[in-house]
Structure formats: structure tokens, C-alpha cells
Design a protein. Structure first.
Length: 220
């Protein structure tokens, strides 16, 4: 059990999980690109299935060597457990859309795994660690919203019909024209944009706050 715990807590193991999550991010991008999906739909299905099995085994091992009570004391561990557990929702029938969105949200684990890795690599520089994590969260949040917009609205609206167009729509929403277009749509589109603004702006605010200690140290 001690050897298993050393393996699960090693940077090599965490790095492997991080690589798999990033690979999933790439696969989700292909899934949100209609031309690529037509070519690689079967391959992508296997990628998601194998990844899900690996993530479930990973969480099971971490709980086992925890032990469980110690595992669930950590907020990141609880987050990882919930994300992986929710992504087990069946991807059929009425649950198909929910399952796809939950699979996209699994990308947030990039932040949790990176936090542990950066914590071990940058023990003496908490400011840099916080800055890197906040920057990563901004990028991941934008990518998750672009993918979610594709799955939620892509079938009905060309502006969300692919990852590229979904990303362009979100980026354009920060312009006056894009903002007014979101207001005019109203309903779910407006709620989605408001959620996007809140997440991005709050993350940017946290990024600025994480930079403040460094700016004070460098100030004359």
C-alpha cells in the first residue's frame, strides 16, 4: 500500500493524468469541429471511453491510498471526485447533452492537477504559482464556454456551429455589437453570456490580485 501511495502521489503519475486531460481537451475540440467529427467520430468515442476508465481508476486509487477520510478533507480532491463521478452520466437519450457538458467540465481538472504539480515545483514562490493558476483558469474557462456553447446552441444557431465560430462569438461578445446581440437574443443565450462575463472577469480580478504582492516588491 505504501508503494502504491508513492506511485499515486508521484509527479510522474500526476503528469500522466494531466497529459490525458489535455489530450481530452484536444479531442473535445475535434468533436466540436464538424468536419473533423465526421472523420474521427469512432476514434474520439474510444478516446473518451478509455479516458473515463483511467480517470475512474485514478480516483479510486487516490481514495484507496488516501485513506478516504484524509482524501475528502482536501477541497481539490473533493472537486476531482465530483467531476469524475458526474461525468459517468449515461450519454444516451435525454442525458446525452448533459453528459457532453459534464465531459467538457472535466477539463477543469487541468487546474486542480496543475495546482498540485506547481505546488511541488514552486514551493518557494507562491505568487508565481497563483499567477500561473489564475492565467490557466482564464484560458480553460474560455475554452470550456466555447465548447459548451457549441453543444448547447450549435444545432440551432450557425454562430455556435463549431468550436471556431463559438470562440469567435464569445470573443465578439466583449464588443458593443456583440454585447447588444446577446441582449437582443435574451433567454438562454443572455444567461450564458452573463455567466461567461462573471467567470472571466472574476478570474481576471483574481489574477490581478495574485500579481499585487509581486508588484509591491518590485515597486521603487
Amino acid at each position: 500500500m505504501q508503494r502504491l501511495r508513492q506511485l499515486v502521489e508521484s509527479n510522474n503519475f500526476r503528469g500522466l493524468i494531466l497529459f490525458l486531460i489535455v489530450f481530452n481537451a484536444f479531442a473535445l475540440g475535434l468533436e466540436a469541429t464538424p468536419d473533423a467529427l465526421d472523420k474521427y467520430e469512432t476514434v474520439l468515442g474510444w478516446v473518451f471511453l478509455v479516458s473515463q476508465v483511467v480517470f475512474v481508476v485514478e480516483i479510486a486509487l487516490r481514495v484507496l491510498v488516501g485513506p478516504p477520510r484524509e482524501f475528502f478533507r482536501d477541497s481539490w480532491n473533493r472537486f476531482d471526485f465530483v467531476v469524475v463521478a458526474l461525468s459517468l452520466a449515461p450519454a444516451v437519450g435525454d442525458f446525452a447533452l448533459i453528459a457532453r457538458i459534464l465531459r467538457v467540465l472535466r477539463l477543469l481538472r487541468i487546474v486542480s492537477v496543475s495546482e498540485v504539480l506547481l505546488g511541488s515545483l514552486l514551493r518557494q514562490d507562491a505568487g508565481l504559482q497563483a499567477t500561473l493558476l489564475a492565467t490557466l483558469l482564464v484560458l480553460i474557462s474560455g475554452y470550456i464556454f466555447a465548447l459548451s456553447g457549441f453543444h448547447l446552441f450549435g444545432d440551432a444557431m450557425p454562430a455556435w456551429g463549431s468550436l471556431a465560430s463559438s470562440t469567435a462569438t464569445l470573443a465578439g461578445s466583449f464588443t458593443p455589437v456583440g454585447f447588444m446581440a446577446a441582449i437582443n437574443h435574451g433567454g438562454a443565450i443572455l444567461v450564458f453570456h452573463v455567466a461567461f462575463y462573471v467567470v472571466v472577469l472574476s478570474t481576471v480580478a483574481n489574477l490581478i490580485l495574485s500579481l499585487m504582492p509581486s508588484l509591491r516588491r518590485t515597486a521603487p
